[in-house]
Design a protein around this ligand. Structure first.
Ligand code: SF4
Length: 211
């Protein structure tokens, strides 16, 4: 089974509790205005990777990892690969919590991904709406809901459902002359980031939040 993959990161600390693996899928047909991950919209065979290879990469990073965050891109556009990925992650460490972002609402996610949904501990649902800024933890706009889906999800996520972030939680990872931003930027954060990098002599040639 193949997954269309954008990239993987570890450790991720800005999207979910603890120290995590981040798996960003490739391909999203939702097209939210203001999306900061426009580079993940278009998917092709060049993004294909065996789910087994993704799982092997995750297994190498299992020590000290608390959970996995899956985002993108739109995970619900690859329901079978997503279900296989989730089942494999569960086998690597049954105690990991599995958090998944989706740009659709819960009912639509269930309809699209009936097998995957049973494996997910918590979902963050709904499209990004640039007109509804928010300080809600791990969310990009006020309409997005954090929904615990399992007893583990209830235990680890219920207390965060209405929590607000005290400061922007953003990580930068540098790889192959690219700077990856992990987390949810607030208003003005991206322009500030470009200014800070420019002051350090780093000019961004292209960014994922503009066409
Ligand atoms: S915010 Fe998410 S759902 Fe919306 S266009 Fe971007 S990747 Fe797709």
């Amino acid at each position: 089974m193949r997954l269309r993959l954008a990239r993987m990161h570890h450790p991720v600390t800005a999207l979910g509790p603890g120290r995590r693996i981040g798996i960003w899928v490739q391909g999203c047909g939702i097209g939210c205005p203001g999306c900061v991950a426009r580079d993940t919209w278009t998917a092709g065979p060049e993004h294909d990777i065996e789910v087994a290879d993704v799982l092997a990469w995750c297994a190498e990073r299992a020590a000290g990892t608390d959970g996995v965050t899956i985002s993108g891109g739109e995970p619900s556009e690859q329901p079978e690969a997503l279900a296989e990925l989730l089942r494999g992650l569960r086998r690597i460490d049954p105690d990991w919590d599995l958090l998944c972002y989706t740009g659709v609402e819960l009912d639509e996610f269930r309809r699209r991904c009936p097998d995957a949904v049973a494996e997910i501990d918590a979902l963050i649902t709904g499209p990004f709406r640039i007109t509804e800024p928010t300080d809600l933890l791990w969310r990009g706009s006020a309409n997005q809901r954090l929904i615990p889906c399992t007893p583990r999800g209830e235990q680890r996520y219920a207390r965060w459902a209405g929590a607000v972030r005290e400061h922007p939680e953003l990580q930068l990872q540098v790889d192959d002359e690219r700077v990856w931003l992990i987390g949810i930027p607030g208003r003005g954060d991206l322009a500030r980031l470009q200014r800070v990098l420019r002051d350090q002599g780093i000019e961004l040639e292209g960014v994922s939040w503009r066409p």
